[in-house]
Design a protein around this ligand. Structure first.
Ligand code: GTP
Ligand code: MG
Length: 368
């Protein structure tokens, strides 16, 4: 809690600041006698810049602005619903909590996670006795961030890969059209920027266009790509990719795969086959199986994650298309419910529109 309190500018216990309007009148008057408006302003801006300075230690300003912008639609939805909950209310009572529950479900957080959040808020309200309705937003941020941080899954803080013998192999999986190929392109770009050498593998051999699409990204990022002709065995492309990456002494190999549904047995078996061949070249590979989910599908994304993780091993998640959707709350549900880290979020179609998922930063942006 300490870190969250600091991030959101809350004082430690016992240090609780009294709202000036709660102070006895005489004290208020004394204050205003001795402090001029200019001094007040100067103090305010000092406090502001201190707070900003503190914030910026954690959040890179440019990334945070971009995230704020990417989440605009979701944020607008959440905030307008929250405003409805507290309008005309002075304290957080049972009615506010009931309405809040509805707001969170409507915001695609998901029922299970919503119930956990409501329970935390209830505990908070009974602890603090009188919680003003206009504090609800801040309390929500704190409690949701604390819930997510409590799941013991560390955030990653840079585009990096663990040190392994040979290239670090990432196999990217997911349903059709969720943004696998685009995420691979963006990720390759970030890895390259971080000084890593990357090889891409076009193991979606179903459609010629799929191979071309990854080729376009490889050209744009200027990284090598391994392809075979359309209709070739995807496992054979994966094998070639890992072998080429190994031979070149590359740091990372990223394998694109065709979109598939969890219940298509043959296609799911194909993933197992791909895994088996990469491990022939680099034992323990693929080191990462990344499931890409389209956040704009809301609750379907949660369902897909459930089904996919049952059908095959998944070790990381990427949530795409957060821009242009009001369903961003789904990221909170997914981050809470799965013991698999949400590593990346997609906030646009451009090459730079991929961010590392940071729980506190995300919650801060979503609840504005
Ligand atoms: N707005 C937005 N669009 C995205 C994002 N990520 C991907 N897209 C778009 O989503 C569409 C599908 O992306 P692809 O990368 O082709 O998806 P895929 O999962 O590889 O699709 P298949 O190979 O057909 O299974 C493309 O038009 C992308 O530009 C994102 O973060 N934001
Ligand atoms: Mg694709």
């Amino acid at each position: 809690m300490g870190l969250i309190n600091k991030l959101f500018g809350k004082k430690e216990e016992g240090e609780e600041e009294q709202n000036s309007s709660d102070l006895p009148q005489s004290q208020n008057t004394n204050e205003s006698d001795s402090v001029t408006a200019e001094e007040d302003q100067a103090k305010d801006s000092e406090a502001q810049s201190e707070k900003k300075g503190f914030f910026s230690k954690f959040f890179n300003k440019e990334n945070k602005d971009k995230l704020d912008q990417g989440l605009t639609k979701s944020k607008e939805g959440v905030l307008s619903r929250l405003t409805r909950v507290v309008v005309g209310k002075s304290k957080v009572d049972d009615e506010v909590l009931d309405n809040l529950e509805e707001v969170l479900v409507e915001s695609d957080v998901g029922v299970n996670t919503t119930l956990k959040i409501i329970q935390k808020i209830e505990e908070r309200v009974s602890r603090d006795k009188y919680v003003n309705a206009n504090e609800l937003n801040g309390i929500l941020k704190e409690e949701i961030a604390s819930l997510l941080l409590g799941n013991n899954i560390e955030d990653f803080n840079k585009f990096d890969t663990p040190k392994v013998e040979g290239p670090y192999v990432i196999m990217v999986v997911g349903v059709n059209g969720v943004g696998k190929t685009t995420t691979i392109g963006k990720l390759a770009n970030q890895f390259k920027r971080a000084g890593k050498s990357v090889v891409l593998g076009a193991a979606d051999t179903f459609r010629a266009a799929a191979i071309d699409q990854l080729q376009v990204w490889a050209d744009r990022v200027e990284v090598p790509i391994i392809t075979q002709k359309m209709g070739s065995d995807p496992a054979s492309v994966a094998f070639d990719t890992v072998q080429a990456a190994k031979a070149q002494g590359a740091d990372v190999a990223i394998i694109d795969t065709a979109g598939r549904l969890h219940n298509k047995i043959n296609l799911m078996n194909e993933l197992t086959k791909i895994k088996n061949v990469t491990s022939k070249v680099i034992p323990d590979s693929p080191h990462e199986v990344m499931l890409v989910l389209d956040a704009s599908t809301g609750q379907n994304a949660i369902e897909q994650a459930k089904q996919f993780t049952k059908a095959t091993e998944v070790t990381s998640l990427a949530l795409t298309k957060l821009d242009g959707t009001a369903k961003g709350g789904v990221v909170i549900g997914i981050s809470d419910q799965f013991q698999i880290p949400v590593k990346y979020i997609g906030i646009g179609e451009g090459i730079d529109d991929l961010q590392i998922f940071n729980k506190v930063e995300f919650v801060d942006s979503l609840f504005g």
